[in-house]
Design a protein around this ligand. Sequence first.
Ligand SMILES: [Fe+2]
Length: 290
Amino acid sequence: MGSARRDFALKRTIGVMNWRLNRHRLHSPAVALAIAADIVRNAPDHVALTGDIVNVAAREEFVAAGRWMKAFGAPDWISFVPGNHDTYVRMNWEDGLAHLEPYMLGDMRVPLTQETPQIAAPFPYVRLRRNVALIGLSTAVPQPLHRAAGILGRTQLDSLSYLLSDLRERGYARVLMIHHPPLPGLASPRKALFDAGQLRDVLEAQGAELVLHGHNHEHMLNTLNSRFGTVHVLGVPSASLVESEHHPVAGWNLYRIQRQAGKWQIEVTIRSFDPASRQVSRLTDFALSS
Ligand SMILES: [Fe+2]
């Protein structure tokens, strides 16, 4: 292996998008396809999907979503975490999120996990990809009408605390995937993560290299100071939005994660759909300060 090739092998790239199909007329399956095709073209080592994948959690929607995902890529290439719309109504596992199960299965034993009637896959789950550990969290619980909030719960919070410590000691870059914005004040109370304060406490105590979220349909970048350095928290727009007065058009983020001089270096490229040309192109790129 030549040196250029070896350098490349040290780089870990992760594509991430806030996935939502057929939300209403502003969300276009064709745009979602263009985003997916752009991700495939860029060939990241891994893809993180931070939900919502369906709209009203109807049985047919999950069948379609499962088919869509299969066409998009292999389950060991794509990691999915559910959002509030994915548990929009009380749906049993078999008729619902089980269609996405292969995309939510970890490859490391996690001692403490939560399972619910709607989400029988154990959360949190961990996927190890060379020197990157992806940790999937579920905030999806059925909500009363007009609410879009989320809850992690004590089990996932305790488990996450253990995992962040364990994976840090083992030298992994820790990348969290969560649908709702993970810190207090990043969403209105009606739409917020109920236990964002507790999650912030865990992140402050244990650190994390990157937290990826969706839900707000905005480009978002927040930081949190932890005992183990800066935690970078990034949100992406929807992957299927055509145009809207309130939200940016569909896009996704490409991350390059690299260990340099004993520190994690993370570069971000924001790629965005252009409604005029119907192409996905680079909007901007920047490095996250460590
Ligand atoms: Fe959401």
